[in-house]
Design a protein around this ligand. Structure first.
Ligand code: MG
Length: 220
């Protein structure tokens, strides 16, 4: 079982489900060859067993030739919520951090073509990199924080979370109409443009302004 790590606080919270949003930045949707989704965000899941923390290594699966990074704002759900109102959605977010939704892009494209689920492109061991969670009572997100990712010191992704198509509140409201959210759940809110292939030996640094940063290395 995997537990969350908090900045400045000690609490044993097992990681629940990790709910991920796809295509939540217009420029990233375009670079993937997709139009902006019209009504609802794309939703998929990653299991807690895929999580590693900053300082640990991402193990490159041998069966993929295109492992890519996706840096994302991650929301920490601190209380159960179902069919959330705006206020309930806001209250359900107890903290934030930065995370990587590592993706096997070659497998994902194949699955998309066939209409198959993305599961195996997103759920290999070490596919989810997390940093410590900053609780909302310690820092309230302004909503325009910068989000950044570097590979070997070269900036690859650089955006701001106010470019998200669906807001934090809209995301939680929508997900909670389809499945309840519980304490310990995480929401990956989508990645901005600039995703790129990484190979063994590459070092990734990612940062969400005023919140947290993380480092990881790709290994065989
Ligand atoms: Mg993603």
């Amino acid at each position: 079982m995997k537990f969350l790590k908090f900045k400045k606080h000690n609490e044993d919270v097992p990681i629940g489900k990790i709910v991920c949003i796809g295509r939540n930045y217009l420029e990233h949707a375009k670079e993937m060859g997709n139009e902006k989704p019209d009504e609802f965000p794309i939703v998929f899941l990653k299991p807690a067993s895929t999580v590693i923390y900053s300082g640990e290594n991402v193990i490159h699966p041998t069966y993929s030739d295109n492992l890519q990074h996706e840096v994302e704002l991650v929301l920490y759900i601190g209380e159960e919520v179902k069919n959330a109102t705006d206020e309930e959605a806001e209250n359900a977010i107890h903290g934030y951090t930065v995370g990587l939704d590592m993706t096997l892009r070659d497998l994902q494209f194949e699955f998309k073509k066939k209409g198959d689920p993305w599961t195996l492109a997103k759920c290999f061991d070490t596919a989810t990199v997390l940093s410590e969670i900053v609780l909302k009572k310690d820092y309230l997100l302004k909503g325009n924080e910068k989000i950044l990712l570097k590979v070997n010191d070269e900036i690859k992704q650089s955006s701001s979370i106010d470019k998200m198509i669906f807001s934090q509140i809209e995301i939680i409201k929508f997900i909670s109409t389809r499945m309840k959210l519980e304490k310990g759940d995480l929401i990956f809110t989508g990645t901005p443009e600039g995703v790129s292939k990484v190979v063994p030996g590459d070092k990734i640094y990612a940062e969400l302004e005023n919140i947290s940063n993380l480092e990881t290395k790709i290994i065989e």
